[in-house]
Design a protein. Sequence first.
Length: 275
Amino acid sequence: MSDSEEEGGLTLDSMFTEPPRPPSPEPTAAIYIREKHNLEEDVDFWTSINIRLVGSHPLWGHHLWNASRAFASYLDDHPELYRSRTVLELGAGGALPGLVAAKNGAHTVVLTDYPDAALVENISYNVEQNIREPQRTQVHVEGYIWGHPVEPLLRLLPDDSCAQKAFDLIILSDLIFNHSQHDAMLKSCELALARSNKPQPAPCLLVFYTHHRPHLADRDMEFFIKARERGWHCEEVLTRKYPPMFPEDPGEEEVRATVHGWRLTRSSTRGVHSG
């Protein structure tokens, strides 16, 4: 991260230090069709989620990424990670994974993205369209810049005199291609995730991504190198293939078509990294 980024925090200009992708199609809506129907377990029986996407945006909030679809399916298969627990989604975009967690019984869900009016208002719209009352009161939408203090997010969690406020699950869906922001993302996660002495399963980060630019895959993976250096245990839990998001792009198509999912946990004795 450059000195100007460290001093001024995340800005639209500082998000991408690599050359920007050429102009791409501008979808305005997408539908996620549920792959699994756990009728006997559903809190809110549902078969699809309608996601409105901003028309176009420099932070790529105008796409429903393959990682988001894979995330939604994975969360549907693993409700034990979030049911009756607290969830934070960073860089939510259309917020599909967080909406799945909310519909499947998460106690509290906080959906965040860069504090840009178009992004935040669009997430709020998707919540209103897809989450019924009274569940909707347990879903919060906030603008948030990675690496900044997390107290405004923690204040949205329910009071619990037996535990410090923190999240049980943090969702990062197709974010690690923001290479300059790896440290900021990890800092936010370290500040926001509950300690591992909570009931099983242990609080965790789920990080799903695709190498959209295969020639920069090594830089994508630096996220996990940094995470291990900061005391995180990193384990790949999913690989799944989809049609590539941008078929015309250069690079090996199989790489661009594959979604990877990782689960990150940490020791309860690990202190918050100062970096």
